[in-house]
Design a protein around this ligand. Structure first.
Ligand code: NDP
Length: 251
């Protein structure tokens, strides 16, 4: 049974992906930031008659990443077959209103966290001459939108980093691909509404745009989960997979 690690598996797309892959008979290790969230994930899987193992991980903490990979290696035969870098955050706000700490956090989770985890599992995949790195990018990694500047910047950088990686590992047996969902109905999307500073002079326009997005009824996270599954089941994955509203066929 192939092992797939899904980071940020306690919510939204990560949780849907972990459950979907477990249902497809992958050995799934989902990462959680806290023991209580890990327990909830295991319980949600068990309710469906599925098994999802959990490992604690905060991708912003290099030590936590190292410890998690040691634990993952012990749970598997020397390392996972695939890593789905799903954990992400999306600070919202006008350019001059986003605190530097929030900007740094976006880069830490969405870019450096992905790089840390990828860097830790890649040597094992190279040695075994097989493996998959699946990056949860976004439509925001291709097109920038207002009031999400640091999110879009982090995902644009993730696209570039992954394109470089793909060239470096060509012929190694390891494949890297990008998933580029449009708006998806998860806690991240609702948090985007709740977090926008109400006293910002841009609040009215932002809220109106967000409500419009909500009125489109964006698809649920299962749509993205199915796309991740498609990327993992493909003998040779495409470079990028697009899904959800606004998606255009990838070249
Ligand atoms: P959610 O907020 O629902 O889930 C995010 C997950 O990431 C949670 O499990 C969260 O853990 C985890 N996480 C956050 N910070 C860290 C950290 N420092 N270390 C480890 N895990 C962390 O978001 P979505 O499901 O919507 O997003 C998942 C991915 O999909 C993200 O990369 C996002 O950018 C991308 N995406 C989302 C879209 C959308 O419209 N929803 C559209 C396009 C892409 P915890 O539960 O502890 O907070």
């Amino acid at each position: 049974m192939k092992t797939v690690v899904v980071t940020g598996a306690t919510s939204g797309i990560g949780k849907a992906t972990a459950l979907d892959l477990a249902a497809c008979r992958f050995h799934v290790i989902g990462t959680a930031r806290t023991p209580d969230k890990a327990e909830k994930l295991t319980a949600a899987a068990a309710e469906l008659g599925l098994t999802v193992h959990t490992v604690l991980l905060d991708v912003t903490d290099p030590r936590s990443c190292q410890d998690a990979v040691v634990e993952i290696d012990a749970l598997t035969d020397g390392g996972p077959w695939a890593l789905v870098n799903n954990a992400g955050i999306a600070p919202v706000g006008a350019f001059e209103d986003v605190a530097e700490a929030d900007a740094r956090a976006a880069l830490e989770v969405n870019l450096l966290g992905v790089a840390r985890m990828t860097g830790l599992v890649l040597p094992g995949m190279r040695r075994r001459r097989e493996g998959r790195i699946v990056q949860l990018s976004s439509l925001g990694g291709l097109v920038s939108v207002p009031f999400n500047g640091w999110y879009c910047a982090s995902k644009h950088a993730l696209e570039a980093l992954t394109d470089s990686l793909r060239m470096e590992i060509a012929g190694s047996g390891v494949h890297a691909c990008l998933i580029e969902p449009g708006f998806t109905d998860t806690p991240m999307l609702s948090k985007g509404l709740a977090d926008f500073p109400a006293d910002s002079r841009y609040a009215h326009g932002y809220m109106a745009a967000r409500r419009l997005i909500a009125s489109w009824s964006p698809p649920g996270p299962e749509t993205v989960a199915r796309t991740v599954r498609r990327a993992l089941l493909a003998p040779k994955p495409r470079r990028r997979y697009r899904c959800g509203p606004g998606a255009v066929p990838a070249p």
